[in-house]
Design a protein around this ligand. Structure first.
Ligand code: AMP
Length: 550
């Protein structure tokens, strides 16, 4: 903890801890009638209000007390985006316990590992994950009760899960009369594990203060720009980095919330967008692929959808163009990470950009965006020397701010900061106006003849070709150049392109030494639990690949 000299004069404002419970209380009191609509795993649409959500969140808090959960203990969820998950967001953190959201797409062994590592006391799960819990329950040594997030009629007749409880019964038997406890705003509120592509996943432990500040800052117009006039559908899952803070920022903004549940295919999403009048959404590029394909194939338009935030991995310029030009949807390209709660930058234009040509504006919007207040960033060389903000010089990206990690849960990995800055593991440029452009993850960047080749640029070019659905670029060992780029491509159904034509498509778009040495067509790219292409798997698969000799 930093110590500061005593101020001769202290401010005379009320001191009120920034607690997550204050968000649901504000929403219930000032926007009490605003709706939360959820597509349930059971198949139907459920709707109720912020006020209803507050009442049930308080029942959750009571129920946890009854189960003996103490302040600071972890309570896990394995659940889709839905109203019951929202009740847990507020009920668990509001009661002083720590909400541990688990990504169900992880391997069962990894799930058991993080449950044990977090020492979860209770595990709440959606009906979809009943078979998964049947497998992992025996390996979760700290869990005292498993709670199926459904009504009594969905409880299995026979199960191997020890101490299986019913969510609706638990809530029905718990009172909604509950006063949220007051405690230090720096207390832990929620826990999210990183995807752990190498080694075991590590936990980012968010505090009440960091979560409230992040929600405040991210809701602002230069960030997600959420207001009481919006209807928000978070496609980004509540099991990964708290759905980019939307369960908090949407409520403090008074916007209507629409949860898609498990139905994330293009058709289901489109129908929900239209039926509920969604104006704003957020998600990783792969989910937009499905929605765009459905809308294009069926020649559909969106009647209310106006703005979307895309992040988590690079938004291909071709995707931005389709959304903006064909559908008239504003795309905000954002960047962040689990360790940053997650939002760091968001791409919106400044007043001076408004007179630029459409193409010039698009070039700015294609970058990963501008820092939001609270986040500072810099790029440095291998020796830690800060580099210029000229939009060309690239270096290791470091960040700091009140919602950025200082150390991992249980101090895994030891001291992670460099002179008070968090090294993101990303390689980036920053331009004179402060717009960040991610070149690559430092472990994905291709080192060729002492120079670096950024794979995101190469993938974006490939994905601008009409026959390319998805592309990934990896470095292949090369006797002379160290590594050379190999492009792996999934063709768009019904389209064809040859290796030669695709390579020719790069001519004039990149420096000669950046040109991929070869193209390999594959059926599908391996996707990780958080919607990112698993390049480590591809590198493994293509180890020893023979590149053509020039
Ligand atoms: P995660 O912690 O799983 O959310 O992953 C964070 C990482 O995803 C970042 O460090 C980046 O490498 C990558 N990432 C996130 N947003 C973007 C973006 N807009 N463009 C490129 N990479 C991104």
């Amino acid at each position: 903890m930093t110590s500061y000299p005593a101020s001769p004069v202290m401010g005379q404002m009320m001191s009120q801890p920034l607690l997550i419970s204050t968000i649901i209380d504000f929403a219930a009191r000032h926007f009490g009638e605003v709706e939360i609509v959820s597509r349930r795993v059971e198949g139907d649409l459920h709707r109720y209000t912020y006020r209803d959500c507050q009442g049930r969140a308080k029942r959750v808090a009571h129920a946890l007390q009854g189960l003996g959960v103490q302040i600071g203990e972890r309570v896990a969820t394995l659940a889709w985006n839905g109203y019951r998950h929202m009740e847990l967001y507020y009920g668990v953190s509001g009661s002083g316990a720590v909400l541990h959201t688990i990504n169900p797409r992880l391997h069962p062994e990894q799930i058991a590992y993080i449950v044990n590592h977090a020492e979860d006391q209770v595990l709440f799960f959606d009906l979809t994950f009943l078979p998964l819990i049947e497998v992992v329950a025996a390996h979760c040594s700290t869990v005292k009760a498993f709670v199926l997030m459904a009504g009594h009629e969905r409880m299995p007749e026979h199960t191997s899960i020890p101490n299986l409880l019913c969510y609706e019964e638990l809530l029905a038997s718990s009172s909604a009369e509950y006063v949220w406890p007051q405690f230090d705003e720096n207390a832990a509120a929620s826990l999210c594990y990183t995807s752990g592509t190498t080694g075991n996943p590590k936990g980012a432990l968010y505090s009440h203060r960091s979560s409230v500040l992040h929600a405040y800052a991210s809701a602002m117009p230069n960030g997600l720009n959420v207001s009481a006039r919006d209807t928000v559908l978070p496609v980004v899952p509540m099991f990964h980095v708290n759905a980019w803070g939307l369960p908090y920022s949407v409520l403090l903004s008074g916007a209507k919330m629409v949860f898609p549940g498990a139905a994330l295919d293009g058709k289901s999403l489109y129908e929900l967008f239209e039926a509920e009048g969604v104006t704003f959404s957020a998600g990783v590029p792969t989910v937009w692929l499905g929605l765009i394909n459905h809308a294009v194939q069926n020649d559909l338009t969106f009647s209310t959808f106006r703005r979307t935030v895309i992040g988590g991995s690079a938004c291909p310029p071709a995707m931005m163009d389709v959304l903006m030009d064909r559908f008239g949807i504003e795309v905000v390209h954002a960047w962040g990470m689990t360790e940053m709660s997650p939002l760091g930058t968001a791409g919106v234009l400044q007043a001076k950009h408004l007179s630029l040509s459409k193409d010039a504006q698009r070039k700015i919007l294609q970058k990963q965006g501008h820092a939001i207040f609270g986040v500072d960033m810099k790029i440095v060389d291998d020796d830690g020397v800060e580099l210029a903000w000229d939009g060309v010089t690239y270096g290791h990206l470091l960040v700091k701010g009140p919602w950025i990690i200082a150390s991992y849960f249980k101090d895994e990995g030891g001291d992670v900061l460099q002179d008070g800055w968090f090294p993101t593991g990303d390689v980036a440029t920053i331009d004179g106006d402060g717009y960040l452009q991610i070149t690559d993850r430092s472990k994905d960047v291709i080192k060729s003849g002492g120079e670096w080749i950024g794979t995101i640029d190469l993938e974006n070019i490939a994905m601008a070709h009409p026959a390319v659905l998805q592309a990934a670029c990896i470095g292949i060992a090369h006797p002379k150049w160290d590594e050379r780029p190999l492009l792996l491509v999934v063709k768009r159904p019904g389209f064809d392109v040859s290796r030669e034509d695709l390579l020719a498509f790069f001519i004039g778009k990149v420096a000669k030494f950046w040109m991929p040495d070869d193209v390999s067509f594959i059926d599908a790219l391996p996707m990780g639990a958080t919607g990112k292409i698993q390049k480590n798997k591809l590198r493994e698969q293509y180890r020893g690949y023979q590149l053509p000799t020039a």
